[in-house]
Design a binder for this molecule. Structure first.
Ligand code: NAD
Length: 261
């Protein structure tokens, strides 16, 4: 628990399942007030909100498409209308489309980029405007991926978006550092969430993924949420512009594990 997080107001995009739900629940444990965004799964978002309240926080759910300015404005409005302020904005919503790049349609490329990259820009811009206007030393956390660093054949749109999120995070961290605004990214490895449900249901693919993790296991959404709570808190007060990898060592070049090469 981080005492300073108590009563702070957070927006979490894509909070109806997976990592976004885990961050909401963790922020609830920190007794924060949380705007939980969902795109289509109102039931999942409501369950997450109920958990936040059971954990001692406050929550409202808001439908919004993060790829739009209206959607992000609606999230800010919900934070201000319901909780009177904004302290932390977590750009978590994301999706991926698998396709050999030479067959990837422009439509699918644009879908991934609009949510995973443009959504992060729009959410950050919305939060930054509020922080500027109110002279707030706010906090932005962007959900990147190990694929901001590790190339991922047949997922080029996703890797391009996450690579973009990495440099966008570093750039705005520098741009707003003098305002006291901190901006960081989290780079999860293989985490057990609905985005991986189909893959992990197949034992061969599950084992193959585990084999790429030095710690020899898949990560839990709560382990990513713990990183988000630390980055949101004053305990990380001198940290800005980093990507915190939460990946069991996946970015450590595991192919070299036994001294090969
Ligand atoms: P998930 O599919 O379980 O959840 C993604 C969430 O984003 C869902 O709630 C979905 O509704 C929401 N979303 C998608 N499009 C949206 C839109 N246009 N507007 C609003 N919300 C939208 O996936 P997850 O694993 O929880 O992923 C969360 C984030 O973590 C994503 O950015 C993902 O790229 C990243 N990530 C996940 C993993 C992993 O292994 N699970 C690894 C690296 C990075």
């Amino acid at each position: 628990m981080y005492e300073d997080l108590k009563n702070r107001v957070a927006v979490i995009t894509g909070g109806s399942k997976g990592i976004g739900t885990a961050i909401s629940e963790r922020f609830g444990k920190e007794h924060m007030s949380v705007v939980i965004n969902y795109n289509s799964d109102a039931k999942g978002a409501q369950e997450a909100a109920d958990k936040v309240e059971q954990n001692g926080g406050k929550a409202v759910i808001v439908q919004a498409n993060v790829a739009t300015e209206e959607g992000n404005n609606a999230l800010l409005k919900a934070a201000v209308d319901n909780f009177g302020d904004l302290d932390v904005w977590v750009n978590n919503a994301g999706m991926e489309i698998k396709s050999p790049t030479h067959e990837l349609s422009l439509e699918d490329w644009n879908r991934v980029i609009s949510i995973d990259q443009t959504g992060v820009f729009l959410g950050s811009k919305t939060a930054l405007n509020y922080f500027k206007e109110h002279g707030k030393k706010g906090n932005i956390i962007n959900m990147s991926s190990v694929h901001e660093q590790i190339p991922w054949p047949t997922f080029s749109s996703y890797a391009a978006a996450k690579g973009g999120v990495k440099m966008f995070t570093k750039t705005i961290a520098m741009e707003y550092a003098k305002d006291g605004v901190r901006v960081n990214a989290i780079g999860p490895g293989a985490i057990n969430t609905p985005i991986n449900a189909k893959k992990f249901a197949d034992k061969e693919q599950y084992d193959q993924t585990v084999s790429m993790v030095p710690m020899d296991r898949i990560g839990k959404p709560e382990e990513v949420a713990a990183g988000a709570a630390w980055l949101a808190s004053d305990e990380s007060s001198y940290v800005t512009g980093v990507t915190l990898f939460i990946d069991g060592g996946m970015t450590l070049y595991p192919a070299f594990m036994n001294g090969q090469g």
